[in-house]
Design a protein around this ligand. Structure first.
Ligand code: BTN
Length: 270
């Protein structure tokens, strides 16, 4: 049985109040239903179960702590309790919009960080958000597609708001948080409210066929750089020349051939 937002929320009251979030949200779709968990395995799993139980599009799942948070490419997502935004959004995009959800997610994070903090993050292909070269946010999309129909897509976003990267050996060298950069606490409530608003705007633009890929490209710091791309056993090196309409990375190899990369982890060559 799912817990709706009327459950006791003492863990969130420190800065994230679901009740106030619900009251203050200006969105029409995203966040109209809020499922909150003080602790869960992964908001992705809760969202999947909610889909099975008929939760409507725009339902969000938020948690203060995940015991098995997951990232892209089979990695873990690390976040001490109450340090971060740990969010999943249930969506029903059309098939042709699915590849662009990545773009909407990364841009929504970038825009909301800019609006709330004044920082100017960039995007590392495909949807990592970086500040001062370190990762502050990542997004994961898990979709259920059958016969060219998207039954559901769950967008998961992790945003390091007040996390202390040095407390987590696995990410201490590569991650940052808004608090680490600004040297002061940031309200998770304010960030989440802004993030949901920005995402709804971009998702609606996507539905109306507006070219959000142009905005995404402008913030993509990967282009024009020599990079190494890893995916499982595959390692490719080359020049990150461009991205196609679906957001795939076009890598110019040393032998001149052009490789289309759908998924992978990019590092800049030094
Ligand atoms: C990545 O950069 O690898 C994607 C990270 C996605 C993490 C978020 S946190 C909320 C949601 N629940 C999860 O288990 N993962 C996503």
């Amino acid at each position: 049985m799912l817990l709706y937002f009327s459950v006791k929320m003492k863990h969130l009251e420190k800065d994230l109040s679901v009740a106030s979030l619900h009251r203050e949200l200006r969105t029409k779709l995203v966040g109209q239903n809020i499922l909150y968990y003080p602790v869960t395995s992964s908001t992705m799993d809760v969202a999947k179960q909610a889909v099975r139980e008929g939760a409507e599009e725009g339902t969000i799942v938020i948690a203060d702590h995940q015991t098995a948070g997951r990232g892209r490419l089979g990695r873990r997502w690390w976040a001490p309790a109450e340090s971060s935004i740990l969010l999943s959004i249930i969506l029903h995009p059309d098939l042709d919009q699915l590849p662009r959800l990545n773009m909407a997610a990364a841009l929504a994070v970038v825009h909301s960080i800019e609006k709330v903090t004044g920082l100017r993050p960039v995007i590392k292909w495909p949807n990592d958000v970086l500040i001062e070269g370190k990762k502050v946010s990542g997004a994961l999309i898990e979709s259920d597609v059958q016969d060219e129909t998207v039954n559901s897509a769950i967008l998961g976003i992790g945003l390091n708001v007040n996390l202390d990267p040095s407390s987590i050996p696995e990410i201490s060298e590569t991650a940052t948080s808004l608090r680490e950069v600004l040297k002061e606490e940031v309200s998770r409530l304010e960030m989440l409210r802004s993030l949901l608003g920005e995402f709804e705007e971009l998702y609606s633009a996507l539905h109306q066929g507006e070219p959000i890929d142009k905005l995404w490209r402008q913030r993509l710091e990967t282009l024009g750089k020599r990079v190494t791309v890893r995916y499982g056993e595959m390692v490719e090196e080359g020049y990150a020349e461009s991205v196609d309409d679906d957001g795939n990375l076009l890598l110019r190899r040393p032998d001149g051939s052009l490789l289309t990369i759908v998924a992978g982890d990019v590092t800049l060559q030094v």
